[in-house]
Design a protein around this ligand. Structure first.
Ligand SMILES: CC(C)(COP(=O)(O)OP(=O)(O)OC[C@H]1O[C@@H](n2cnc3c(N)ncnc32)[C@H](O)[C@@H]1OP(=O)(O)O)[C@@H](O)C(=O)NCCC(=O)NCCS
Length: 142
């Protein structure tokens, strides 16, 4: 059943993804704030990069490097004390690259058990060899 959450005079109805894997949970601290007192977007991007790497690294069973972030949407501010849950799914597997979609949900400190989608991003990682050059990915569904 959808969870309803009211914030900033808007109502957001959301459910946690059923077709994605929970790859990271983290709580931002005051040191991660921007000048507005909300969480700095660069901090969120760093966490998304870490979280997004989990499924590609597992798939290629080796080193990967981030090559591109082709979409990054900050839908709602992230606040100190939010419990952030990062869900990831593989969107595309290429010859040497894997693209994932990462969705981030926040549980506000006084609204435990209610999830608000705050961020979504598409991130592409390349499988690399010992010299840092792209290497072919062995498909597992072939
Ligand atoms: C990642 C890296 C090894 C790729 O080497 P490259 O010679 O540029 O590789 P290619 O141009 O052959 O592209 C490799 C794959 O990335 C994909 N790719 C490249 N640029 C892309 C972009 N802007 N968006 C999406 N995919 C992209 C290509 O389509 C290709 O995928 P495919 O083989 O599945 O079709 C190299 O660019 C690199 O070392 N970059 C720095 C990585 C890094 O330091 N990341 C941390 C961020 S600071």
């Amino acid at each position: 059943m959808p969870v309803t959450h009211t914030t900033d005079s808007r109502t957001t109805t959301t459910t946690l993804p059923q077709d994605a894997e929970l790859v990271l949970k983290v709580i931002p601290m005051p040191a991660d704030c921007n000048a507005n007192g909300d969480i700095f977007g660069g901090w969120v991007m760093a966490q998304v990069d870490l979280a997004g790497a989990v499924l590609p690294a597992r798939y290629v069973n080796g080193r990967i490097a981030t090559v591109a972030v082709n979409e990054f949407v900050f839908k709602q501010p992230v606040k100190v004390g939010d419990i952030l849950s990062f869900f990831s799914r593989i969107a595309r597997i290429g010859n040497t690259s894997i693209t994932v979609t990462v969705e981030v949900f926040a549980e506000r400190i006084s609204m435990q058990g209610t999830y608000l989608k705050v961020t979504q991003a598409n991130v592409t990682y390349v499988a690399i060899d010992d010299k840092g050059k792209p290497r072919s990915i062995q498909r597992k569904d072939a």
